[in-house]
Design a protein around this ligand. Structure first.
Ligand SMILES: [Zn+2]
Length: 114
């Protein structure tokens, strides 16, 4: 049995017999939010992170509590990763991120892990 230290009170979900749960929610200086969950792959030692724009977070996950800790350069602003990034065209001509609507199955998948 894996022991996990809870930083936040949240519901726990069980996927394929393996516990996964919210670890923390960390905001970046760019405004993006990183939702960090423990992996449901028992062989994986690191957490999974869902990165998204502030607007996406507020729309779909605003009940989650933000950590006091902050990132300075997350994967959303540096590498243009995220559940809401248009991967065909991550940035526009001004270098701003092209944020798209997240499809419902992605939201459901994340919710099932919180
Ligand atoms: Zn960032």
């Amino acid at each position: 049995m894996q022991i996990v230290i809870f930083k936040f009170k949240t519901k726990q979900s069980i996927i394929k017999g393996q516990n996964t749960m919210l670890d923390s929610v960390v905001k970046c200086a760019c405004g993006a939010v990183n939702v960090i969950v423990t992996s449901n792959n028992p062989k994986k030692k690191t957490n999974d992170t869902y990165v998204m724009a502030k607007e996406t977070f507020e729309k779909h996950f605003d009940s989650l509590e933000l950590s006091d800790f902050k990132y300075d350069n997350c994967n959303h602003c540096i590498n243009h990763w995220g559940i809401d990034i248009n991967h065909d065209e991550p940035t526009n001509e001004d270098g701003e991120l092209n944020i798209v609507e997240v499809d419902e199955s992605t939201i459901d998948e994340i919710n099932s892990r919180l």
